[in-house]
Design a protein around this ligand. Structure first.
Ligand SMILES: *Cc1c(COP(=O)(O)O)cnc(C)c1O
Length: 387
């Protein structure tokens, strides 16, 4: 989104047809027909370097419209779509890494990425190790065979933010690619490609879709990196359905509005939670006093509905979990970024980044689009059971 228009204005028109239907129609198809062999040959040659219609698995008008919208949101060169966020990450790692390479992965990444490295990549003779980007000596962990640095900022579960411009300077000097998982930023609150990354991956499942009714992933890159992800995507047969692309495009129309509501309610609730007796700490980068707040102010242009609380360490797990089960407005379930509020316990072993003082029970909240006063009332009823 490079024009001078405001974000909300641009989101209203990204990927829309230039005339006719307000929305890009859902195109269904495997076979694409050509008038003659010359045209067919021409298209097959062109598709090596350009995006053309040639076969269903290579995308159609609906999918291309969403690719264009995501590219504009992420300030990239082009995007490729995947059936899940994890497929986007896995294909990215396979696209840029080969046997003998090493990938340096930030602590706090979405847990299945660790599994992918440990059980899949290692079988292809691709090695990995983990680093804490806050450690001033982190660059000493780069090896001669390090080809890619993979970060997630803010990190999953406690939202530690990293200095992407500083990391990218180190990577660029050594000709190492830098890839960021931008799911937290929903494409619009945070811009890894503008902050120096080469590749930005998102789970469109979360805020881009926004309605808990679709799973999808996206990879957006700069110009130099695009052919790598495009080729890997074709070779591994990755594609998305037009219905799902349509749903994500529809989600994008209300993305700015939804994010404002998620972030506004989450910040109000986070501030209130800091005064609740049963709550020991609140993790939310937009909250003043959070250890990532300064970086968030410098590098992000908004926030989202995620926050994590640490209960008072003197409270028993059983008591806390009974209280959580009594919540009426918060569902218990995986994922986030939909319209609805959710809670899920956080395994303290998986947070890895923040200091070791943490001992209380951790609960991740996703603040949905419901009325924030109703949500606070529901949470207050839970806390009342703990006094
Ligand atoms: C959910 C999530 C993913 C994976 O997305 P799926 O569509 O569920 O595969 C990747 N990264 C982060 C940070 C996530 O939260």
């Amino acid at each position: 989104m490079n024009s001078s228009r405001a974000r909300a204005t641009q989101l209203a028109s990204l990927g829309r047809p230039s005339s006719g239907w307000a929305n890009t129609p859902i195109v269904k198809g495997s076979t694409y027909l050509f008038d003659n062999l010359d045209q067919w040959r021409n298209a097959r040659q062109k598709r090596e370097t350009e995006r053309v219609l040639s076969y269903g698995a290579r995308g159609n008008e609906t999918v291309h419209a969403l690719e264009d919208a995501v590219t504009a949101i992420e300030h990239g060169y082009r995007s490729q779509l995947f059936p899940t966020g994890l497929a986007a990450i896995a294909t990215t790692l396979l696209a840029y890494l080969k046997a003998g390479d090493h990938v340096l992965v930030s602590e706090g990444v979405y847990d299945p990425v660790r599994r992918l490295c440990e059980t899949q990549l290692s079988g292809y003779d691709i090695t990995h190790s983990y680093f804490k980007p806050q450690d001033p000596d982190w660059h000493l962990q780069l090896r001669p065979e390090t080809r890619l640095v993979y970060v997630e900022s803010p990190a999953s579960l406690l939202y530690d933010m990293f200095d992407l411009p500083a990391i990218s300077t180190v990577c660029r000097d050594r000709n190492i690619l830098l890839c960021a998982d931008n799911t937290w930023g929903a494409g619009i609150c945070y811009q890894p490609l503008t902050l120096g990354c080469d590749i930005s991956v998102t789970a469109a499942t979360k805020y881009l879709g926004g309605h808990s009714d679709v799973v999808m992933g996206s990879v957006t890159t700069n110009k130099a990196c695009f052919s790598g992800i495009e080729q890997a995507s074709i070779n591994l047969g990755q594609t998305v359905s037009a219905e799902d692309a349509f749903l994500v495009l529809r989600g994008i129309r209300t993305l700015d509005l939804r994010m404002q509501r998620h972030a506004g309610s989450a910040l109000d609730i986070a501030k209130w939670l800091t005064s609740v007796r049963a709550v020991h700490r609140v993790f939310h980068p937009a909250l003043e006093g959070d250890s990532s707040h300064d970086l968030w102010k410098r590098d992000a242009s908004g926030s989202n509905g995620l926050l994590t609380i640490e209960f008072d360490p003197s409270l028993s797990t059983q008591k806390i979990e009974n209280a959580i089960d009594s919540l009426q407005l918060f569902g218990i379930g995986s994922s986030w970024g939909g319209y609805e509020s959710l809670v899920l316990p956080v395994d303290p072993g998986r947070t890895r980044l923040r200091d070791s003082k943490r001992v209380g029970y951790l609960l991740r909240l996703h603040i949905g689009l419901e009325d924030p006063d109703d949500l606070m009332h529901d949470l207050a009823t839970m806390f009342d059971q703990l006094v």
